[in-house]
Design a protein. Structure first.
Lengths: 261, 403
């Protein structure tokens, strides 16, 4: 009981400290709110992804999958991820309803057994399909999931950027913080440094080949995640973006999960 | 292959041949796997026709075609296993051959399908639509294709009411004289007994409502028709030798599935009430699974599982588990090869019969996969339903290629 009280008190102090920082330094939140505002209204999007997993000696392994996302204004997005390669997991599909503050809802479909399994969404820091991406790196971005601090303005690859610090506010994160470079003209992330639980630099994500869709939404053609501690990396190639194809809630339910391709 | 299955196969092939050319063959997506299996037993068999080692091969392919933006599709999944020694285990089955039509508030699925119900891991009490493929693997996870008309009605809250008309009863297939993992004396598959005839034997109806509300997933189901699991009668064959005869009765079954997903905890419950096989009885499986994710930042997940299995018919229930506890763990490395290990034990609380199992699998390169299964039964009481299997401790190894 005392331990719990202590925990609550410490948590209260910390969260106050975080909002105190935001109160002194509101610019971080302002910038991220603008990032979010500019990406609001995409409705739905689908795309194909190829993952190239590379180990230290350069040996490669391929994954191919496709992903559909439905924007839910006022709550977290819904997404459906369908695996195509390697072939032994073809037809496996993953359905996720994200929520800004409460636990996400997740289901996995196992085609060999025809079984839909509700799974725990506490797995944030574990690797996705053996890659250098953690589950938390790939879930939809929601403002309340982090607290923000503006650090400095600097240029990255000859483009002016804001450098922000993101501190995860959800449980089970594998990071103490993320340092995010945001293009200050287009308001899109271009590079992220991830710091592990010991606050050592763990990974760097670099976005490549941004393209603008529907004259508003910027999406990267490629993303490379490098793990500095193991020397492994995963390249993500995003293809065939299709926006506003009229997807609805029905495209993100248990029945669709069972027949997704 | 019995005559019924043969006729069914012919009918199915007839339809496949009619339907396939309608759509350009190029538009069909083909995937599947082929594998070789070594199934070994280190103890001498109970009967001298039974063997110590069985080599076998398997192939399963999926032909898939969709149109109208995926709102209509056809799928065809033939399956074939060849096994050394055991002619019953050499079998062909159409796992799936169905047409699917999707609309905003409903889905219609017509043809041969596989439908799974349930949440628990140790056994699947509620799952009843398909007949178990008892010669494929003793884990009872493999099913024979079931012909059906299935209409799913989907409400705006994401709940689904599935209505089933199951057309055609599939009799269980049991290992042959030379096969292991069978009853002793063996089940005479030439002369099963039924409660009912004609339409009544072959038609079954079922319904299930499934929905998720926040952390809860639940389903209620009902089944009426010929039981997929028979009772076994001790009879004599023409030579006057002992044998078992499968007896299929008309049953009614109501089922409940419940899962609470609370952070790292999964709490699970399945229960059924069944009438028609002697006295009405109740059975349940309940338990939990707790998982530590990304243990020591290694990327691996480690989970523990505990479940209790109950059957109100008690000591003499004709099932493996009636007052048993399962405890196990699951290790998922989440590495490039998707290495997994599942180990468990089940103890009969009264008879002390124990069974142990270890299942491990790993991908090799991009397309190959190997799987290892070890199953051991110890201190089998004579009164236990699994007494015939007391010498059938097994090691199974499978190497498969996925395309």
């Amino acid at each position: 009981m005392i331990k719990q009280l202590l925990f609550i008190t410490v948590f209260w102090m910390l969260s106050n400290a975080a909002s105190a920082i935001e109160a002194i330094n509101p610019r971080g939140l302002e910038i991220i709110t603008e990032v979010d505002r500019r990406d609001t209204g995409f409705g739905d999007v689908q795309m194909d992804m190829v993952m190239i997993l590379r180990n230290k000696s350069g040996a490669e392994s391929l994954r191919s999958l496709s992903m559909k996302t439905l924007e839910i204004i006022g709550d977290g997005d819904k997404s459906l991820t369908i695996f195509d390669r390697p072939r032994d997991i073809k037809g496996t599909a993953f359905l996720s309803f994200t929520h800004p503050l409460t636990a996400d809802e997740q289901w996995l479909y196992l085609p060999a057994l025809k079984r839909v399994k509700r799974i725990s969404s506490s797995n944030k820091s574990g690797p996705f399909l053996g890659s250098e991406y953690a589950f938390e790196d790939l879930t939809s971005f929601e403002i309340p999931k982090f607290s923000y601090r503006f650090i400095r303005a600097e240029s990255y690859q000859e483009r002016p950027c804001f450098v922000l610090e993101f501190i995860p506010q959800y449980r089970y994160s594998g990071y103490t913080r993320e340092q995010v470079w945001i293009d200050s003209e287009r308001y899109i992330p271009v590079k992220i440094d991830y710091y592990d639980r010991k606050d050592a630099l763990l990974k760097t994500l670099i976005y490549q080949g941004y393209q603008q869709y529907l004259k508003q939404f910027w999406r990267a053609d490629g993303m490379v995640m490098t793990n500095h501690q193991t020397g492994k990396s995963t390249e993500l190639i995003n293809k065939n973006y299709q926006f506003q194809q009229g997807l609805g809630g029905r495209d993100f339910d248990r029945n669709t999960l069972k027949r997704a391709r | 292959m019995n005559k019924n299955a043969m006729m069914c196969t012919q009918r199915v092939l007839f339809w496949v041949l009619i339907v396939l050319p309608v759509k350009s063959l190029l538009a069909w997506e083909v995937s599947g796997y082929g594998g070789i299996e070594s199934l070994g037993f280190w103890e001498s068999p109970l009967e001298n026709q039974q063997q110590r080692h069985y080599l076998s091969g398997v192939i399963e392919a999926e032909f898939y075609h969709e149109w109208d933006n995926g709102r209509e599709s056809l799928v065809f999944v033939p399956f074939f296993r060849w096994s050394e020694h055991d002619g019953r285990r050499t079998h062909f089955d159409i796992r799936e051959l169905n047409w699917l039509k999707v609309a905003d508030y409903w889905e219609l699925r017509v043809g041969i399908r596989k439908e799974f119900w349930g949440v628990t891991e140790s056994q699947h009490l509620v799952d009843i639509i398909n007949q178990t493929d008892r010669v494929e693997n003793s884990d009872t996870e493999d099913k024979l294709g079931q012909p059906m008309i299935n209409l799913a009605l989907i409400d705006s809250q994401g709940g689904t009411l599935d209505l089933f008309l199951l057309t055609g009863f599939r009799e269980a297939v049991f290992p042959g004289v030379q096969g292991r993992l069978r009853f002793s004396p063996r089940v005479n598959t030439e002369q099963a007994h039924y409660d009912s005839k004609g339409f009544e034997r072959h038609l079954a109806v079922a319904a299930r409502y499934v929905r998720s509300v926040d952390q809860w997933d639940f389903a209620l189901s009902f089944f009426h028709g010929t039981s997929r699991t028979p009772r076994f009668l001790r009879t004599k064959n023409n030579n006057g030798d002992d044998q078992f005869t499968a007896y299929y009765e008309q049953i009614n079954q109501a089922g409940l599935e419940l899962q609470l997903t609370d952070e790292n905890w999964l709490w699970k419950l399945e229960s059924i009430v069944r009438e028609g096989q002697g006295q009405t009885y109740f059975a349940g499986t309940g338990g939990l699974e707790y998982t530590w994710f990304n243990v020591f930042s290694s990327g691996a997940d480690f989970g523990v599982l505990v479940e209790y299995m109950y059957d109100s018919r008690g000591f003499n229930a004709p099932v493996f588990y009636q007052d048993d506890i399962m405890a196990g763990f699951r290790l998922t490395l989440n590495d490039i090869q998707s290495s997994e290990l599942l180990a468990g034990m089940i103890i009969d609380r009264r008879r002390r019969t124990q069974s142990y199992s270890i299942e491990a699998s790993r991908r090799l390169g991009d397309s190959w996969k190997m799987a290892l299964e070890l199953r051991v039964l110890t201190q089998v009481a004579e009164s236990d339903f699994s007494y015939s299997l007391r010498k059938d401790d097994q090691l199974r190894f499978e190497l498969s290629y996925h395309f």
